[in-house]
Design a protein around this ligand. Sequence first.
Ligand code: 5CA
Length: 439
Amino acid sequence: MRLSRFFLPTLKEDPKEAQIVSHRLMLRAGMIQQSSAGIYSWLPMGFRVLKNIERIVREEQDRAGALEILMPTLQPADLWRESGRYDDYGKEMLRITDRHERDMLYGPTNEEQVTDIFRSHVKSYKNLPLNLYHIQWKFRDEVRPRFGIMRGREFLMKDAYSFDLDYGGAKTAYNNMFVAYLKTFARLGLKAIPLRAETGPIGGDLSHEFIVLADTGESEVFYHKDLLTLETPEKDNYSATELQEIVDQWTSYYAAADDMHDPENCDVSAGDLVSRRGIEVGHIFHFGDKYSKAMGAAVAGPDGKDVTVSMGSYGIGVSRLVGGIIEASHDDDGIIWPESVAPFKVGLINLKSGDDACDAACEDFYGKLKTATVEVLYDDTAGRAGEKFAKMDLIGLPWQATIGPRGVKAGMVEVKNRSTGEKQELSVDAALELLVGRG
Ligand code: 5CA
């Protein structure tokens, strides 16, 4: 992509409305634009990152055996009357009346909707276990939407729902998602810590939040320092026993958010206990028959008798993750994208656009990267060198390749690693090998 043809409305100054670094950098890097409080448009740079995160989340859900569906954003109120949540949800739910005076709502989550799909079609234990997920926009009329897309009113969530015959099956489904989350966050370049959590309006008796550590996080978390040294599981198709072992290992260390932390009952020595701030990027729940009972979701068991299914739900804040990753990975100059989610892998800087030799060398290099299917943003504009460098640092592409008059004569390209800051003068071929070879 040529920068001259791209839509990248960057800002030089810090926007006043942004209180935290990810919001500030997303606005400055031209990723999003506010439409109204807590509601945003995604501009090309932001949308590319959102799509990359969505893709990784999807791949890991598929790998874990969950099946993708797509449920609507607008739901009939009657479904929520069945579970009793239509009244319980309160002002956070956006309620809408259609032209026939039917009560509708913009879904804040989808337990009722998916339970309705399940009960319409699944009648036998033979069709279990089942895990259905979708990646869809949600709306919660938060009292104080803030921090940009981090606490929005409209936000993109991956929500999965598991259905099992009994608690044992449901626990395996829960563990399976727990492990899928560890893999997902690791691929996104994040260290995410699972914490025992409150179940809130979703309900249930077993729940974990996944927290990314960042100084600007909304809650304070307390954890045993060794939790961060655990290795992320990598294999596919763990058995139920293996899944339980992994979950037991990750939950054997003390970890709690401020609302659950109890200094009296915390047996971790002061030297081992770490306290930091964190951002909730995922939340999983086992709630048994809370919805299936209220909504009549039962299947015939092996003995022919009806069994109310045992359920769980599993959320990931896909749009929140864009901000979460920036909070965890930036410096004074801008964003530092992990390669897995970066909007482009390489930023190519032409230090002297308009100079025949520089233009020709850049075009050649650009063409070769594209042929090798490396995603590259080519700054072919007439800007000053300093401005071009600052912009590339701000938007945070993992690699920068710079070609200027001096390098052209020597046939050299300067390659900079955005994360380490390390710069290398390389021949065109060596630069290509480095940039094409990685990731
Ligand atoms: N039905 C369950 C799981 S599918 C559920 O709704 N869980 S949740 O309420 O915890 O939300 C799941 C994830 O969505 C959260 O972990 C968080 O990362 C994200 N999320 C929740 N509220 C917001 C919000 N206002 N803005 C951005 N992301 C949000």
